[in-house]
Design a protein around this ligand. Structure first.
Ligand SMILES: C[S@@+](CC[C@H](N)C(=O)[O-])C[C@H]1O[C@@H](n2cnc3c(N)ncnc32)[C@H](O)[C@@H]1O
Length: 306
């Protein structure tokens, strides 16, 4: 059966909705601890895996504040509806000036509802902060952005995550990945989706060689199981860190297309990787083939074992 993937109310350029079935398919069936995400982002992976217990962390306080507000009951589908109906009407009458007014307001007051508004009315649902920590995504140029159907979609997404968070034991924390990994216990599974090295950088997404090595050391020392998302190669280059560092563990790969704009020729194929410290066998049903690679296998750069 093809899995239906839920979409969270917050979007981002790094959201893993398309890869969720693949990630979910390798979660070991005997897993009974907490699902730990040091790089929660939009929460898309955890909300779909839907474990009994989850600890979701990120250094971006705006993501954490939004979901903490949902968890505390301060942000409900009703509150979101009232807010988006009101702000959407002003946007319709005042146009993009209102978007920039909300952006200035958010950058001084940091309201999680303004963050949602900007995230859903900004260009391509992107999240990006300038060097001073100010949100700087431009308007998507659709004053009728919050038409009823769009608002209803967002409210349903808030409703989905708020039901889930209430039903389960989910905790949200604003903290660095080092601390999150240190707090994990051997029965937990750590799922890591750090900023991809050599890619997009902003105020909350600085990621360099020292971060990657620290993460590698921390995860390699972890006594429980981990899953790491990273990129393996694209048409132009390969991820040296997979070859030189992560291949000490198991590496699963599959192709994924990132869309830049709507044109077919702008589909950028990237080989995505999942690194694990356990032997993972994916049961996901899809067209592309999957292979599990291990280091030091003879006769090939990597050797398919599953
Ligand atoms: C690729 S995104 C995660 C995307 C997520 N899996 C999803 O589906 O939405 C990486 C996240 O790591 C966070 N981050 C960057 N550096 C961090 C650090 N040192 N510690 C914790 N989180 C960090 C960013 O704020 C960002 O939300």
């Amino acid at each position: 059966m093809i899995m239906k993937v839920g979409v969270p109310p917050i979007k981002s350029q790094g959201i893993k909705t398309k890869l969720v079935p693949w990630i979910q398919s390798i979660v070991p069936s005997d897993f009974d601890g907490a699902w730990i995400e040091p790089f929660m982002g939009t929460g898309a992976v955890a909300f779909n895996v839907a474990p009994r217990r989850a600890i979701l962390c990120d250094t971006n306080p705006h993501l954490v504040n939004f979901y903490s507000g949902v968890a505390s009951g301060e942000i409900t589908p009703e509150v979101v509806k009232e807010f988006l109906d009101r702000e959407g009407k002003i946007l319709l009458s005042k146009g993009e000036d209102h978007y920039y007014l909300v952006r200035d307001r958010f950058n001084s007051e940091h309201s999680p509802l303004d963050f949602l508004f900007l995230n859903r009315a900004g260009f391509n649902g992107m999240i990006r902060f300038n060097r001073k920590g100010g949100f700087n995504i431009p308007f998507c140029r659709k004053p009728q952005r919050f038409a009823q159907s769009y608002t209803t979609k967002i409210i349903n997404q808030v409703s989905w995550v708020s039901k889930l968070i209430k039903m389960k034991e989910f905790t949200f924390k604003c903290q660095d990945f080092n601390k999150t990994i240190e707090e994990a216990t051997p029965t937990d599974i750590i799922y890591c989706d750090p900023p991809y090295i050599g890619r997009h950088v902003d105020y909350y997404n600085g990621w360099d060689d020292s971060h990657e090595r620290k993460l590698f050391n921390k995860l390699s020392d972890f006594k429980g199981r981990f899953i790491l998302s990273t990129w393996h190669h694209n048409d132009y280059r390969e991820n040296e860190y997979v070859k030189n560092l992560w291949s000490e563990h198991s590496v699963l790969t599959r192709e994924h297309f990132y869309h830049v704009g709507g044109k077919e020729e702008n589909r950028n194929p990237v080989m995505e990787a999942l690194v694990t410290n356990f032997i993972a066998t994916s049961t996901e049903r899809r067209k592309e083939s999957q292979a599990q690679y291990m280091l030091l296998e003879p006769a090939a750069k990597y050797c398919t074992v599953a």
